[in-house]
Structure formats: structure tokens, C-alpha cells
Design a protein around this ligand. Structure first.
Ligand code: NAP
Ligand code: SF4
Length: 672
């Protein structure tokens, strides 16, 4: 494959006063480094790494134009010369790598997670505990001036432009809709009044910064909330923003409070680019599309279909900073693909932790990981080709060790391969492809269908034990009956699913198993997804919400059980747990908690709940009750006297997830 595979992606974009070298924008992402001690030095390295990776234009995470616009107390703002000096580190580092960078100006409005916040009207957001104060008219005007001032300071700091954050439900969006704007002054009432706030901001910025400065406006094209904008209002606003001096229009899909997934893993790739296409027809300036675009092939197809002039990707640049260069060199198969799990990026941010990436623990820690220095070459055996073993083998191979990866199964992947069987989790197949390609590139010798024998240890200097986990056995009468199966046998296809199924355990794997039983292993089409979540594909309804009834799903009869009190998936990440629960509801999965198991019979399972005995009929019982470490060979291996390093599920099965496994693999990869 050569560069000509992506001719549109690598066509420069001429904005008249400046040219962007390709059609790829690294979208805005808050990393948490913004608020860290020494964070700007780390951010400079973070962005410079992506700039050297070839991306055409970068947009920073949201920076507040004033004190009350900050998302959280202590969040970054651009209000002083000190801020200018800090941001200089970023712009200098990016420019040194031949990149271009814009600063996003974001005012949180009622999404500010602090007791004193301001919004157009005094209406609380469902996603924060605080009720905002309504901005007095003088404050609205001052906030506009603050946006303009922040843009001026950004120019002084060396930015190539700014992005005005007008979507995802932040302050500007809050002015635009009656859902949050019930003012009766010149900033509320008619749409003309409601859109005055963003127009004054864009006009004011253009007047102050001159013609040769990029202004991107992030336009909310699909609010996905009740009383959101109509498509006509969005087009009117887009045209007015264009006339006010914007250089580019970026796409915003869904407010943060919307109850429709827009970027999570189960959202089909490029599921919302059709919305950008609707706006593109109405404007003369270039438009940028976004959401669930994670490979160059997808981005190229979007451009080829005329849906946008440029493609924004954010998380894919956490997963692989060299995304663009790899695509350019015809090596897109070497891209470490973002699997849209949110586990190490957005979930970290919600937990006030610095973001990183499940598939790339280097992300946002560019200044912390060791260099690829010279090693004393050793023969290393890695036992187990699940996420921990794959990750260790790759780093060891890249560092020049002679590595042999042993896997008892027929294929590599372990728990990753099982997860990849679930519809909505097929992105894990990209992770498997990545490891397959990269292990071959770094000459790791893979032995599948091979059980490591103790005598084999003599051929190796060190051993990495990554034998993973085994499903936990349960102690319920009748659990030996033939219709009782563990989840791994079901997901690997070695048993055929029943019709009436009880799932024991409501953790991540119980939910995944229910999804597999209902939706199978094939991804949903965009239409199926949009229909099921009632998104208005005709783009005629206010807020983008369809009034039609979603098409019924052909389902099995599934009941999930859990002994303790609490919702299913209670330990899953904040950004995705609600989606899984909503999906279970939409798909008609029953769930019971606070119960005791009595016995499994050939006809089902007997439980006790609220003091009553209940029989749930079932022709299959699936055990998803967690796992235990697979330590079968460990003691014998240690007895050989060779250094043995235990990682991943074999080390600790509780709370196991791929994020920890991959990171542990990397750390041991650097330690040997
Ligand atoms: P888990 O989250 O620990 O859940 C185990 C479930 O089994 C619980 O509902 C538990 O509830 C039940 N259980 C435990 N012991 C039992 C017993 N002896 N008898 C009957 N029921 C029992 O484990 P998991 O679902 O296997 O997930 C493993 C790890 O992978 C977790 O850290 C999970 O977060 C992660 N994961 C994440 C995702 C994701 O999408 N992010 C997907 C899959 C897995 P009760 O004890 O109350 O009955
Ligand atoms: Fe993508 Fe998951 Fe990495 Fe976030 S943590 S960038 S969603 S792969």
C-alpha cells in the first residue's frame, strides 16, 4: 500500500492565508496534564510527539476564558501573561516539529463542577450537583469580552488559531436552546437573540486577531436533547458564524447530558458523518467531521463520500501518535487502533486522574517512560498470549531481546479474543491485528497450540509468566449439570447458546455475555444503531431525536442475576456503565439483585429473593462469576531457578482488565 491509498487525506487544505498540510485534525481532548505540576512541559512533549507524527492541525484541550468558565476548580484558563508564557512551551514545541496548533476556548457554563457557576438561566444540569446562577446581562457581555481576550492571548502565545467550543452542551450551546435559555432580554427568546452570544464572540475575535489567524467554530449539529435546536436553526447559525469570520466549522454531536452514546465502542464507525454532510451543503468554508473515526481507511471514505473537507480524530492520537506517518507510509496495518473503550482516557478524567490509553500506556506520560536504549540481549520466554503477554513480548522484541511467546490456544489474544466476539466490541480485533503485525515485525517467535514444558526453561535466561485467568467455579447445588457453562466456552463458540438463559454474575463479563447472546458477534450497521437509539436520521426533528418507535430486536430470553445490591456493571467506567444498562433495558434483558442462589435444576435455577422462593426457568445457565489466577505452572517454574516475572491476571485476577494487563506487560518489557 502506498501513500496513494489515501489521496484525499493527504491533500493539503488551503485556507487562503495558510495551508494545512493534510486533512487530519487532532481533535480537542482534555488530558489532565493541564492542571498537573509541571504539566505544560509534559503537554508540550505530548503535542510535539503528535506533531512529529505528521498530523495536519492540533486542537488543545478546552481552556477557559475566565474564572467561572473552568470545568473544575483549578482547571486551566487563558487570562494572563503568565498563561501566555506557559502556553508558549506548547506552541514552540509543536512548531519545532513543523506542526500547527489551535487553542480551544471552552466555557463550561452550567457544566462547571463547582458550587458557583453561571449559565444563561438558573437551570441545573443533570450531570452536576450544582445549580448555576443566571448571568446578569453585564456578565454576558463581559464573558464575550473574555472569549475575545483569550483568543488574543492565544495569538500572543504563538497559537495558529483558536477553536471556539460551541457544542457538547457547554455555555455557548446553553445560550442556543430554550432547554437552558429562558431569558427574556436580548440574549434569549427568539433564535436570533439566542444565537447573538456565539456571533458576538466570533465577530469580536476576528476583529481583534486579524485575517491570518485560524478560527474554528465547533457547531452543535445534533444536540440529542429535548428542546434542542432544529436543523434549520443549526444551518442559520452555521451561515452566520461563517459570515462572522470563522475559517472552519467543526462538528459537535450530542450534549454531555444526552442519553445516547456518541463515541463509545458500540457506536459504529463514522456513525454521525452524515450530519456534517448536511451542513457542508449549506456552507462555503471547509467543514470537519468527527466521532468514531479511528482508522485512515474510514477517514478517507468519509472524504471520498463528500461528507466533509477534513476529519477530526482525538482518542486515536492517544492510541498511536504516529497514526498519520504510518498511514502516509502505507503502513496503516501498524497503527495501534483506538478501540473507543474510554477506560484510560475519559474515565481517568472523570476520576480526576491524568488520561492515558488502554492500548498505549505511553500516552500523556511521554516524559516518564524509559528510552529505547541498548540492552544486553537475552533469551526470554513469555508464557501466555493474552493482553499482558502480548504487550510484554512486543516491548521485549522491540528492545532487541530474543523472545518466544508460548500460547496453549490455537490463536493469540486470550481475553481480548473473547471480548472481540461480542457485537459492539469488535474493535478488539484491531488490537489483535496490531499485535500480530508488530510481533512479526520485531521477530517475536510465536508458538501457538503449544504448552510450555518445564524442561523448556533451560533454553531461556528469563521467563515472563502471563498465563492469565480461569473462570471462577461456583458453589451452587446443580452447577455440574450439563446445561451449566462458563462464559469462555460460549464466547469461543465451543457451546451453542440456548434460548432461555440465566447469566450468573453482573460484572463486565456478565453484561458482555448478555450482549453476545442477543446481538451475536457482528457489528451493528449505522442505521440499526441510530434506529435503536432513536436518532432522527431524516434530520428534520428538533434536537435530532426521532419520534418513531425503535425497531424490535430479535432476542433470546435473558436474565442476569447478582447476589449483592446494586446496578449491573457497578464497577465499570462512568462513561460507559450507563450505556450498558440502557442497552440491557432497550434489549429487554431482565436483572435481579439482592438474592441468594438455592439450586440449579435441569429446568432452571431456584433463588430466594425478598424472602420468597422463585424458580427462573432456563435451558442454559452461564457462569460469569469472575475469575481466578492461572498459576498452574508457577511453582515448578520458580523451582528451575530462572528469574520468573508474573504479570496480568496470573498475578492478580480481581479487578483485572486489559488496561492493567497491557501496562504491566510494558513495564516488565522495559525491566528485563
Ligand atoms: P466482576 O466484575 O468481579 O463480576 C463478577 C460477578 O459475579 C459479580 O456480579 C458478582 O456478584 C458475581 N459473583 C462473584 N462470585 C460469585 C460466586 N461465587 N457465585 C455467584 N456469583 C458470583 O468480574 P467480571 O465480570 O469477570 O470482570 C472481570 C474484570 O474485567 C472486572 O474488573 C471488569 O471490570 C473487567 N471487565 C471490563 C469490561 C468493560 O467493558 N470495561 C468488560 C468485561 C470485564 P455477586 O458476588 O454480588 O453475586
Ligand atoms: Fe481509545 Fe480506549 Fe485508548 Fe481511550 S483508552 S484512547 S478510548 S483505546
Amino acid at each position: 500500500m502506498t501513500n496513494s491509498s489515501f489521496p484525499l487525506l493527504f491533500e493539503p487544505l488551503d485556507l487562503g492565508f495558510t495551508t494545512i498540510k493534510n486533512r487530519i485534525l487532532m481533535g480537542s481532548m482534555h488530558t489532565g496534564l493541564e492542571e498537573e505540576k509541571d504539566g505544560f512541559r509534559k503537554l508540550a512533549k505530548f503535542y510535539a510527539t503528535r506533531a512529529s507524527g505528521g498530523v495536519g492541525l492540533i486542537v488543545t484541550g478546552g481552556i477557559s476564558p475566565d474564572f467561572f468558565g473552568r470545568l473544575t476548580p483549578g482547571a486551566a484558563k487563558m487570562t494572563s501573561q503568565r498563561d501566555v508564557q506557559n502556553h508558549r512551551m506548547i506552541t514552540d514545541a509543536v512548531h519545532e516539529q513543523g506542526g500547527k496548533i489551535c487553542m480551544q476556548i471552552l466555557h463550561a457554563g452550567r457544566y462547571a463542577y463547582q458550587p458557583i457557576s453561571f449559565a444563561p438561566s438558573r437551570i441545573k444540569a443533570p450531570i452536576t450537583p450544582f445549580t448555576p446562577f443566571a448571568m446578569p446581562s453585564w456578565m454576558v457581555k463581559r464573558t464575550i469580552r473574555n472569549f475575545i481576550r483569550a483568543a488574543e492571548l492565544a495569538a500572543q502565545a504563538g497559537y495558529d488559531g483558536v477553536e471556539v467550543m460551541g457544542s457538547e452542551g457547554y455555555l455557548i450551546n446553553q445560550f442556543l436552546v430554550t432547554h437552558t435559555n429562558q431569558r427574556t432580554d436580548e440574549w434569549g427568546g427568539s433564535f436570533e437573540n439566542r444565537m447573538r452570544f456565539p456571533l458576538e464572540i466570533v465577530k469580536g475575535i476576528r476583529e481583534k486577531v486579524g485575517r491570518n489567524f485560524i478560527i474554528i467554530y465547533r457547531l452543535s449539529m445534533l444536540d440529542l436533547i429535548k428542546d434542542g435546536q432544529t436543523p434549520q436553526e443549526i444551518v442559520t447559525l452555521g451561515k452566520a458564524i461563517e459570515a462572522a469570520g470563522a475559517s472552519l466549522i467543526n462538528t459537535g454531536i450530542g450534549w454531555h447530558e444526552a442519553r445516547i452514546p456518541t463515541i463509545a465502542q458500540m457506536v459504529p464507525r463514522a456513525a454521525f458523518t452524515w450530519v456534517t454532510k448536511n451542513i457542508k451543503k449549506e456552507l462555503r468554508i471547509p467543514v470537519i467531521t468527527t466521532n468514531r473515526i479511528n482508522m485512515p481507511e474510514v477517514a478517507e471514505a468519509v472524504l471520498r463520500d463528500g461528507e466533509a473537507d477534513m476529519v477530526s480524530m482525538a482518542r486515536p492520537f492517544l492510541a498511536d501518535p504516529d497514526f498519520v506517518n504510518k498511514a502516509k507510509q502505507g503502513a496503516s496495518h501498524e497503527i495501534n487502533t483506538c478501540i473507543a473503550c474510554n477506560q484510560a482516557c475519559l474515565d481517568h478524567i472523570f476520576n480526576r486522574k491524568v488520561a492515558t490509553c488502554l492500548v498505549n500506556p505511553f500516552a500523556c506520560r511521554e516524559t516518564e517512560w524509559p528510552q529505547w536504549n541498548h540492552v544486553t540481549v537475552k533469551n526470554v520466554a513469555v508464557l501466555g498470549a493474552g493482553p499482558a503477554g502480548l504487550s510484554a513480548a512486543l516491548i521485549l522484541g522491540r528492545r532487541g531481546h530474543h523472545v518466544t511467546l508460548f500460547e496453549q490456544g490455537e490463536e493469540i489474544g486470550g481475553q481480548l479474543r473473547l471480548a472481540s466476539q461480542v457485537s459492539g466490541k469488535e474493535e478488539f480485533r484491531e488490537t489483535l491485528r496490531y499485535y500480530q503485525v508488530m510481533l512479526a515485525k520485531f521477530k517475536v517467535h510465536i508458538k501457538t497450540s503449544t504448552t510450555f514444558q518445564i524442561d523448556d526453561a533451560t533454553a531461556f535466561d528469563e521467563i515472563v509468566y502471563a498465563a492469565g485467568v480461569i473462570p471462577k467455579k461456583i458453589d451452587i447445588e446443580g452447577s455440574q449439570l450439563p446445561h451449566v457453562v462458563t462464559y469462555d466456552r460460549l464466547l469461543s463458540g465451543s457451546v451453542v447458546p440456548g434460548k432461555n438463559i440465566v447469566v450468573i454474575g453482573a460484572g463486565g463479563i456478565g453484561i458482555d455475555t448478555a450482549m453476545f447472546l442477543i446481538k451475536g458477534c457482528e457489528p451493528e450497521t449505522k442505521h440499526e444503531f441510530l434506529n435503536r437509539w432513536k436518532v432522527d436520521e431524516t434530520w428534520t426533528q428538533r434536537g435530532g431525536l426521532s419520534k418513531d418507535k425503535a425497531a424490535a430486536f430479535l432476542t433470546r430470553n435473558i436474565t442476569i442475576l447478582q447476589r449483592s445490591k446494586g446496578k449491573p456493571g457497578k464497577h465499570l467506567g462512568k462513561t460507559t456503565a450507563w450505556i450498558h444498562r440502557e442497552e440491557l433495558k432497550i434489549l429487554g434483558v431482565k436483572f435481579f439483585d439482592e438474592l441468594q442462589y438455592e439450586r440449579i435444576t435441569p429446568d432452571g435455577i431456584e433463588i430466594q429473593r425478598n424472602g420468597e422462593h422463585v424458580m427462573i426457568p432456563a435451558d442454559q445457565i452461564v457462569i460469569c462469576a469472575g475469575q481466578t489466577s492461572n498459576t498452574a505452572m508457577l511453582e515448578n517454574l520458580k523451582a528451575t531457578g530462572k528469574p520468573v516475572h508474573v504479570i496480568g491476571g496470573a498475578l492478580r485476577a480481581g479487578e483485572l482488565d486489559a488496561k492493567r494487563a497491557i501496562e504491566e506487560g510494558m513495564r516488565i518489557g522495559f525491566a528485563i
